[in-house]
Write a protein that binds this ligand. Structure first.
Ligand code: SAH
Length: 357
């Protein structure tokens, strides 16, 4: 066991088995050894690479999407642009640069970055030190006063929120927990079943079926939607995930771009779960907002004109043109990120259909 696993094992010894969600929170955010708290997770040297790190056009198009939605709503005053989990700050830097072509929106913006990780916040501050607009940081979404039209971007954020898992047994739904067994962390089932209200469209669970839910993600999306419905604005939630209801588990760990055991070395691997977009869209509607999508990332980016933008960039910089083209292919091809990744938008109840859907 590594030091964080040993500490988790001691906690389990003192206060009992941990739900998967509690394990995930410690593995990602433990202040000493958590994956996000203690290392540089993103990029060629990190555990994984993300769309804004692959192509500058990704952030540019998401920024311009916000400006278009703002205009469609009659340019409401004092808009706030929030990004959840901004990573290295690349998406926001690209978005703000592209928004120089929409100065009326850009110049009225306040930007807030929601980031739990101190090392990543430091990288974001460096990346955005010369931003054209005021940029603030918050540790959590809940710290932001919600008194303005809200434009919200989140790329690969929802997948990092802790999930709970329940397994169908003869006794009913039992929560999957983490225990210590023979000197290792291991999965087990809580003995007592929990009465769960499962929506009928998931179908009937077979014995052994796993239900994976993201209470934190659902609450957050409902809340974002409530603000957008009341104040105006729009949200784009981009992540890998699925749209069908049903059962199954997707919890995974990745270290240096390769899959690893979820429990083996907490803090050294990224742990995430596929986003249940049907559940997120339902949460958004519960919050009072109107949803668009989810659609495949490739379709969304093409509808926003990624190919034309790539051609122009390539023509201006022929040396980089092949790299630009291969980046776009990676983001849009169905066998790369184009289909697994989905985009869900939330806008106010009577707003125009947002671009890209
Ligand atoms: N959006 C970025 C980074 C994705 S990685 C990109 O596309 O490159 C996930 C990001 O969310 C990291 O910045 C991580 O530190 C942050 N994060 C994860 N869980 C969080 C939480 N509960 N609260 C705030 N930020 C969180």
């Amino acid at each position: 066991m590594n030091p964080l696993a040993r500490r988790i094992a001691r906690t389990i010894g003192m206060s009992g088995p941990l739900p998967v969600s509690a394990f995930m929170t410690l593995a990602l955010h433990d202040p000493q050894s958590g994956f996000y708290a203690s290392r540089e997770p993103i990029g060629a040297e990190g555990a994984f690479i993300t769309a804004p790190e692959i192509s500058q056009i990704f952030g540019e198009l998401l920024g311009l999407w916000c400006a278009q939605v703002w205009q469609d709503q009659g340019c409401p005053e004092n808009p706030r642009l929030v990004e959840l989990g901004p990573g290295r700050g690349t998406l926001m830097r690209d978005a703000l640069r592209a928004l120089r072509s929409a100065p009326a929106f850009l110049n009225s913006l306040e930007v807030v970055l929601v980031e739990a990780s101190k090392p990543l916040e430091a990288i974001q501050r460096a990346s955005l030190h010369d931003a054209d607009v005021p940029v603030h940081w918050a540790r959590q979404w809940g710290e932001i006063a919600q008194n303005r039209p809200l434009f919200l971007l989140a790329n690969e954020f929802l997948d990092a929120l802790p999930v709970r898992q329940f397994v169908m047994t003869e006794r009913g739904w039992c929560e999957r927990v983490v225990v210590e067994s023979r000197g290792e962390l291991a999965f087990a089932l809580a003995p007592l079943p929990v009465p769960l209200a499962i929506s009928a469209d998931r179908g009937a669970p077979d014995p052994g079926a796993v239900l994976e839910i993201s209470p934190a993600g659902e609450t957050l999306v409902e809340d974002v939607s409530r603000v957008i419905a009341a104040q105006g604005g729009g949200a784009l939630l981009v992540d890998y995930g699925h749209t069908g209801r049903g059962f199954g588990e997707t919890l995974q760990a990745v270290a240096r771009h390769l899959p690893v055991d979820v429990l083996a070395r907490p803090g050294e691997a990224d742990i995430s779960a596929h986003v249940d977009f049907a559940a997120m869209a339902e949460s958004a509607r519960r919050g009072g907002g109107q949803t668009a999508g989810p659609v495949a990332q490739g379709d969304f980016l093409r509808a926003l004109g990624i190919d034309i933008r790539a051609e122009r960039l390539g023509a201006a910089d022929p040396v980089r043109a092949p790299d630009i083209r291969s980046g776009i292919a990676r983001l849009t091809n169905p066998n790369e990120m184009g289909a697994l990744f989905k985009v869900l938008a939330v806008v106010p109840p009577h707003a125009l259909q947002p671009p890209g859907f």
